[in-house]
Design a protein around this ligand. Structure first.
Ligand code: F6P
Length: 319
């Protein structure tokens, strides 16, 4: 192995730049040449590939987003797209790849490995929805952004004695809602992994109000409903001065936390170790604070498990 390529794919996540930097720095240390591929698999197919000079990496560890740009490119599921990508790899003499992205990106990564180009995947998504990893790169930063926003909403909720429904991202996973809800002392957390009973929620809020606790935050995972729809349903169950808020893409941006940077650095470093051992088709994770890897196929058969102990604990806090 002499030349490796790096790409970021799917929704961007804070810490992706730190991951690219780590992969490249470790690769340089091993005497490898490094190529950046812009716009994920779309850029691979289009040949948007360039030598990644060391100087380019200098100021990247602290930057949000991905300087390699990102794209969702379902066309790579077709053999035709894969063959075009392989043509480009041949043209640039790239023999192995690191793909940073969500689990959708792992399908493309596995196809490349099957075509003889060892590819290792790093979990880069704010959703924390990838199996075989306790945390994904970007989750911690997005969580802290959500917590900061909800803390601010709490100030106005308190001042006006209001109920706020705050929708956080996470696609079909409740992780961001669970962690942000616990961290902000939410009166209710609503996640796709658990059913909810609106009548019970309304009764809980009414009881709190009678007890003099007259503002509330409901942290809602986007995989359940929109904040507006949830608020409308809540209003049918009680007389609340309620408001709906969606934090939105703000959660995807910003300076990555130290935790995300360190996680990205460890995973990027490990990706090169696996490739140097001639391994591919592997997804890197962190489990019980150890960096691990699993065959990508195993991830497709496995579901991510959100930490529902947080849900149960928060309900007890609000009984
Ligand atoms: O996967 C990251 C994520 O931000 C999800 O939380 C959200 O559902 C989705 O991407 C939004 O996608 P887009 O930026 O394409 O609208």
């Amino acid at each position: 192995m002499k030349k490796i390529g790096i790409l970021t794919s799917g929704g961007d996540a804070p810490g992706m730049n730190a991951a690219i930097r780590a992969v490249a720095r470790r690769a340089y240390a091993e005497g490898l040449e490094v190529y950046g591929i812009n716009y994920g698999f779309a850029g691979l197919v289009a040949g948007d590939i360039f030598p990644l000079d060391e100087e380019v990496l200098n100021d990247k560890i602290a930057r949000g987003g991905t300087f390699l740009y990102s794209a969702r490119y379902p066309e790579f599921a077709k053999v035709e797209g894969q063959l075009k990508g392989i043509e480009q790899l041949k043209k640039f003499g790239i023999d192995a790849l690191v793909v940073i992205g969500g689990d959708g990106s792992y399908h493309g990564a596995l196809r490349l490995t099957e075509h003889g180009y060892n590819t290792v995947g790093l979990p880069g998504t704010i959703d924390n929805d990838i199996p075989y990893t306790d945390f994904t790169i970007g989750f911690d930063t997005a969580l802290n952004t959500a917590v900061d926003a909800i803390d601010k909403i709490r100030d106005t909720a308190t001042s006006h004695r209001r109920v706020f429904v705050v929708e956080v991202m996470g696609r079909n996973a409740g992780d961001l809602a669970l962690w942000a809800g616990v961290a902000t002392g939410a009166e209710a957390i609503i996640v796709p992994e658990r059913d909810y009973d609106m009548d019970k929620i309304a009764k809980r809020l009414e009881r709190f109000r009678e007890e003099g606790h007259d503002n509330a935050i409901i942290v809602l995972a986007e995989g359940v409903a929109t904040a507006a729809d949830f608020k409308a349903e809540l209003d049918k169950h009680g007389d609340f001065d309620s408001r709906a808020n969606t934090i939105g893409h703000m959660q995807r941006g910003g300076v990555p936390t130290a935790r995300d940077r360190v996680l990205a650095s460890k995973m990027g470093n490990y990706a090169i170790e696996l490739l140097l051992q001639g391994k591919g088709g592997l997804a890197i994770g962190i489990e019980d604070n150890k960096i691990t890897h699993h065959p990508m196929e195993d991830l497709f058969d496995e579901k991510h498990h959100a930490d529902l102990d947080l849900y149960d604990m928060n309900n007890k806090f609000n009984q």
